[in-house]
Design a protein around this ligand. Structure first.
Ligand code: HGY
Ligand code: MN
Ligand code: MN
Length: 413
C-alpha cells in the first residue's frame, strides 16, 4: 500500500485551526463552548465532511467522524484528541491528534485501503479544565467516570452551568446518553505532542506511551481577616494570602519529598480578595495540580497538603477548606495497542522510545473502556501550554503516518 501523508496540507490545516482563537496569533485560546471553540469545531467538522466521514455529536459535544468498515457491525477502532485550548496556549496540543487522525484516515482512503472495522475519529469536548474546573470532561462522561448528575452540577466562574453552556452551543439531550459501554471500541489510539523534552533530547521522532500519569486537582479556600495594611500590627494579623503561600510551599515540599522524579505539583490558580495593595488579603482561593505515575506517591502529596493546611490554619488563625476536584488513577496502556504502534514504527523504519505520559489526556479515560495507547511526537524544548509551542511539519506527518499504519493493523484485528 502506497501510504503517503499530505504533510503540507496537514500543516496548513493545523495552522488554520491555530488561527481560530479568542486571542490574536500566535496565542491560541479556545475555551470550551466559547465562540472560538464553536468556530474551531465547525472548521474541523467541515474537513471531516470533505473527507467523506459521517458525523455525529453527543449531548456534551463529543464529535464522532466515522469511516464505515466492511464489517460495520463490529466494534470500531477509534482515534482522536481535543481542540479546546487553555488561555495563552499553543496550536499543537490536541489538534495534532485530531487533524493528524483525520489525515491518517484520508491517506488510507487515498491508498485504496478499505478497513474491516469502521474507523472513528473523535473530538473530545473540554479536555482542558479551564472552564468547568475538571479536565477531560467529555471523555470522563463518555467512559462513565463522571456521572451525569455530577456533570450537571458543574458551573463556570460566572455561574453558568454545564447544561446551560452546552445548550447555548447547540448540544442538548441528557448527559447520561453520552456514556459508551466497554467494548464499544475495539481499540483507541491518540496521537499527541509529548509536552515534554525527552524525545527531542534523545533525537527520537516517536514515543509509544505505555502509561499515563495520574492527575489530581484540588481547590483550597483560605479565609482570614482583612484590614488596613498600615494600621494592623503584625502580631494581630490573619493574612489569608500568607497562609496560602505557606500551603503552596507545602505543595512543592510534598512533591519533592517523595524523592521520585515522576512526582510533580504546582499551584496554577491564585485569586485573592480584595486585591488592593494597602489592604490585607482576607480571602484567597488557590487551585493545586498534583501528579505521578504512581498513585500512592501522588496521594502522599495530597496528604501532605491536607496536613499542612490544618497546621497553617491553626497557627495563623485562618480557616482553610479543601475540595478535591478529581484524583484519578493512572492508566496502563494496552500491550496489544502498544505493540501495534511499535510494529507500525518498525514497518516504516522509524526509531521510537517506549515512554510514560506526564500530561494527562483523553486516553486516560478511554483506557477504562477500550484497549488504549498513545503515540507521541516531539515538541520543541518540550514547551506546551504556551504560544511558542511548536512541532515540525515533518514530525507531525511522521506521527500521522505511523498512526495510519497502526489503524490498519487494529482495524484488521
Ligand atoms: O494538563 C494536562 O496534562 C493536559 O494538557 N490537559
Ligand atoms: Mn493541554
Ligand atoms: Mn492535550
Amino acid at each position: 500500500m502506497n501510504l503517503e501523508i499530505d504533510q503540507d496540507g496537514l500543516s496548513g490545516e493545523i495552522e488554520a485551526l491555530g488561527a481560530i482563537s479568542a486571542e490574536p496569533a500566535p496565542v491560541v485560546t479556545r475555551v470550551v463552548f466559547t465562540e472560538a471553540d464553536r468556530r474551531g469545531r465547525d472548521f474541523v467538522k467541515q474537513l471531516c465532511r470533505d473527507g467523506g466521514l459521517s458525523l455525529h455529536e453527543d449531548a456534551v459535544g463529543n464529535t464522532f467522524a466515522r469511516w464505515p468498515g466492511q464489517e460495520p457491525d463490529l466494534p470500531a477502532v477509534a482515534t482522536g484528541s481535543h481542540i479546546d485550548a487553555i488561555p495563552n496556549a499553543g496550536r499543537f496540543d490536541g489538534t495534532v491528534g485530531v487533524l493528524g487522525g483525520l489525515e491518517a484516515i484520508r491517506a488510507l482512503a487515498r491508498a485504496g485501503f478499505r478497513p474491516r472495522r469502521s474507523i472513528e475519529l473523535i473530538i473530545f469536548t473540554a479536555e482542558e479544565p479551564t472552564r468547568f474546573g475538571i479536565g477531560c470532561l467529555g471523555s470522563r462522561l463518555l467512559a462513565g467516570l463522571l456521572d451525569a448528575s455530577a456533570g450537571a452540577r458543574l458551573k463556570d466562574r460566572d455561574g453558568v452551568t454545564l447544561d446551560e453552556a452546552r445548550a447555548a452551543a447547540g448540544f442538548t439531550g441528557p448527559l447520561s446518553s453520552v456514556r459508551l459501554p466497554a467494548g464499544h471500541y475495539s481499540a483507541f489510539v491518540e496521537l499527541h505532542i509529548e509536552q515534554g523534552p525527552l524525545l527531542e533530547k534523545r533525537q527520537i521522532g516517536l514515543g509509544v506511551v505505555t502509561a499515563i500519569a495520574a492527575p489530581a486537582s484540588l481547590r483550597v479556600w483560605i479565609e482570614g481577616e482583612g484590614g488596613h495594611a498600615g494600621g494592623v500590627l503584625m502580631p494581630a494579623r490573619h493574612d489569608a494570602f500568607l497562609a496560602a503561600a505557606e500551603i503552596a510551599l507545602a505543595v512543592e515540599a510534598g512533591a519533592r519529598a517523595t524523592g521520585a522524579i515522576d512526582t510533580v505539583a504546582t499551584v496554577g490558580v491564585c485569586e485573592l480578595f480584595p486585591g488592593a495593595v494597602n489592604s490585607i488579603p482576607s480571602r484567597v482561593r488557590i487551585e493545586i495540580d498534583a501528579r505521578d505515575i504512581d498513585q500512592a506517591r501522588r496521594d502522599s502529596v495530597l496528604e501532605t497538603i491536607a496536613e499542612a493546611s490544618a497546621e497553617v490554619a491553626a497557627r495563623r488563625g485562618v480557616t482553610v477548606r479543601c475540595e478535591t476536584v478529581n484524583a484519578d488513577p493512572p492508566a496502563q496502556c494496552a500491550p496489544a495497542v502498544v505493540a501495534a504502534l511499535a510494529q507500525s514504527c518498525d514497518a516504516h523504519g522509524l526509531r521510537f522510545d517506549l515512554m510514560i505520559s506526564r500530561a494527562y489526556h483523553d486516553s486516560l479515560f478511554l483506557a477504562r473502556i477500550a484497549p488504549t495507547a498513545m503515540l507521541f511526537i516531539p515538541c520543541r524544548a518540550g514547551i506546551s501550554h504556551r504560544p511558542d509551542e511548536y512541532a515540525s511539519p515533518e514530525a507531525i506527518a511522521q506521527g500521522a503516518l505511523v498512526l495510519a499504519e497502526a489503524l490498519v493493523r487494529l482495524s484488521e484485528a
